[in-house]
Write a protein that binds this ligand. Structure first.
Ligand code: SF4
Length: 214
């Protein structure tokens, strides 16, 4: 029987991406191969409780929300993640996947909506990105840059231009909490001319930056 290590399953609102503001059930899988300097979910790096796919699907059903997000940690660090996504899609859920961009997207079913980070230099993880993933993303998926400095923002702009990302995918810019203000990032987006979405983490504004399970 396929099992995954799960840090938490909870109902909240989606705080980021083009789905921000909608009720959403989160399945936070345990473990991550990266160590972003500004990571806000280090509690998911270890521990966790084993769940079968059927148990996760049952818990998601109990929470009763049609939108489900797999997050982490890094959900794709567990090889059963595509199987879990398939099981949720078959039950009729809209499934979002938050991934840090280091693990291959190759095994994912086409029905999943991917929100993939491209790690800026301030994360310390830029060289861990899987370069093939840009070829595997669908035009409807989203790319997110978490910006921890002006230098990160300028690097993101150059990356967007180098790979024509603004012509291919919806783009999100998030301020790293406590390192860049929403005001500064908004100003930089407006000056850049990119039609990119300011991606604030709504749950932190509502419940504060350190609360778990929201
Ligand atoms: S990829 Fe996500 S969970 Fe992993 S270290 Fe970076 S921010 Fe934290």
């Amino acid at each position: 029987m396929s099992e995954l290590l799960v840090t938490e399953i909870f109902r909240s609102i989606q705080g980021e991406s083009s789905w921000a503001g909608y009720p959403c059930t989160f399945v936070r899988l345990t473990g991550c191969p990266l160590r972003c300097r500004w990571c806000d979910t280090a509690y998911s790096f270890s521990g966790g409780k084993p769940y079968s796919i059927a148990q996760i699907v049952d818990e998601v059903a109990r929470l009763g929300v049609p939108l489900v997000e797999l997050t982490g940690g890094e959900p794709l660090a567990q090889k059963q993640a595509p199987e879990l996504i398939n099981a949720l899609l078959q039950k009729g859920y809209k499934v979002l996947l938050e991934t840090g961009g280091s693990e291959s997207l190759a095994e994912l079913p086409p029905g999943v909506h991917i929100i993939m980070d491209i790690k800026c230099p301030g994360s310390g993880m830029t060289d861990r990105m899987n370069g093939n993933n840009l070829k595997l993303l669908k035009a409807s998926d989203e790319i997110k840059f978490v910006v921890s400095s002006r230098e990160d923002f300028l690097w993101a702009c150059r990356t967007i231009l180098d790979f024509a990302l603004d012509k291919k995918f919806p783009l999100l810019f998030s301020p790293a909490w406590g390192l860049v203000t929403p005001q500064d990032l908004t100003q930089w987006i407006l000056e850049s001319g990119f039609q990119a979405r300011l991606n604030l983490q709504l749950h932190k504004f509502i419940w504060g930056p350190r609360k778990r399970g929201v």
